[in-house]
Design a protein around this ligand. Structure first.
Ligand code: PLP
Length: 396
């Protein structure tokens, strides 16, 4: 018999499975090219050639016992050193090997951070709309997820609601910019306000409150937008980075955590992250892909492909009456549904072969998420379906 905790989680994940099954059913009926699946955040832009070249070179050059062997649970020291030096040059930081832990993507990173920090019933604050997996990750360590309601005019953190949510049990606040699902990049002024509020709360409660910046989309930014580096704003910051989107490598499970030396209880935290990586069963981030990162640290995917997709979809949707903030990053649009019930709206969209994700899955009912990391041609083909969906609502 499976655990009571897992029974609930399995039941909750049935929505995603149902969406996947529906996509397959529609593709069988109408042909894959006539089904417009905007439900998955799986990058369609190919990894840079440098990644393939690095894999071949590493496999040919390295001693196989070293390359495929166990290592320090925080990762290869030479790779952590390369990551630290790269970040120092890019963001004017003062990091070394000891500040970096290589992880199994952002998901692995977040889980070892939460394992490191949480006692049962400790509170983790998130801002709606948020990546739904946060609630599972917090639940893994018996923490309590506290959801700050959205500011739907900007989709930046709602500062007044944050102040009301902070308590003596607040262990950390998670932010995600560029954001999944809104595509918003948190501004310099938002980060300043956020930092001031957290400083104040630390004094009031005499606690350490950590800011966890979940950054798989840091490199996916458009129109020359800059993505502020949270370490410059608030001392107690963890950065959770991933190459899943920035190098289109989600299946390879590779990323890292940055913990600056100034963070409260730094030595204990680094020791705990190292042990958490081991005992959660990650043991260490994949060795071959750590080495790939060491060689490809300067590589990038072609973000202009996503920018072109964004423009095509955003321009069409807004021209037919959808209300939507123009995303500055990530590869999602988050328009308001054309009726208050976002789940019902997604069901109706399926009648036009459009697969969308309800905003309720991100703690933000009334909206829908569209992942535009699919081909430009497929988005072009989908536009008449969106027009028919809008007409359906306008004429009813
Ligand atoms: N955080 C956010 C906001 C995401 O959108 C995702 C994946 O889509 C993740 C974390 C997990 O990414 P990874 O593949 O690096 O574990």
């Amino acid at each position: 018999m499976i655990s009571n905790k897992m029974k609930v989680l399995v039941a909750n994940s049935s929505t995603i499975r149902a969406m996947f099954e529906e996509g397959k059913r529609l593709a069988n009926l109408y042909g894959a090219e006539n089904v417009y699946d905007f439900s998955l955040g799986n990058p369609n832009v190919v990894p840079p050639d440098a990644v393939k070249e690095a894999i071949v070179d590493i496999v040919n050059e390295e001693n196989p016992n070293v390359l495929h062997g166990y290592m320090n649970n925080s990762g290869y020291e030479d790779v952590r050193d390369t990551v630290a030096t790269y970040l120092n040059n890019k963001y004017a930081l003062n990091l070394g090997t000891a500040n970096i832990v290589m992880t199994c993507g952002a998901a692995g990173g977040l889980n070892i951070i939460l394992k490191t920090l949480l006692n049962p019933d400790d509170e983790i604050i998130v801002f709606a709309p948020f990546f739904g997996e946060y609630s599972n990750y917090v639940n893994n360590f018996d923490g309590k997820l506290v959801i700050v309601p959205p500011d739907t005019t900007t989709f930046e953190p709602n500062m007044e609601a944050l102040k009301a949510a902070l308590t003596s049990r607040t262990k950390a606040v998670i932010i995600n910019s560029p954001n999944n699902p809104t595509g918003v990049i948190y501004s310099d002024s938002a980060l300043k306000q956020l930092a001031a509020i957290l400083e104040e709360a630390q004094k009031t409660f005499n606690t350490s409150i950590y800011l966890i910046s979940d950054e798989p989309y840091r490199e996916i930014a458009y129109d020359h937008a800059t993505v502020p580096y949270p370490v410059h704003y608030y001392k107690n910051t963890f950065i959770g980075y991933s190459y899943s989107k920035s190098l289109s490598l989600p299946g390879e499970r590779i990323g890292y955590i940055v913990v600056p030396s100034e963070v409260d209880d730094f030595n204990d935290i680094m020791g705990a992250l190292n042990v958490a990586n081991r005992i959660l069963g990650f043991v260490n981030a994949p060795s071959l892909f750590q080495k790939v990162i060491g060689k490809c640290i300067e590589s990038e995917v072609d973000v202009s492909i996503y920018a072109r997709n964004r423009d095509l979809l955003y321009n069409h949707l807004t021209s037919i009456g959808f209300d939507c903030i123009k995303p500055k990053g990530a590869f999602y649009l988050f328009p308001k549904a054309l009726t208050a019930d976002d789940r019902a709206f997604c069901e109706v969209a399926k009648q036009f072969n459009l697969l969308l994700v309800p905003g309720s899955s991100f703690g933000c009912p009334g909206y829908v998420r569209l992942a535009y990391c699919i081909s430009y041609e497929q988005i072009e083909r989908s536009l008449p379906a969106f027009s028919k969906l809008a007409t359906h609502y306008n004429s009813n």
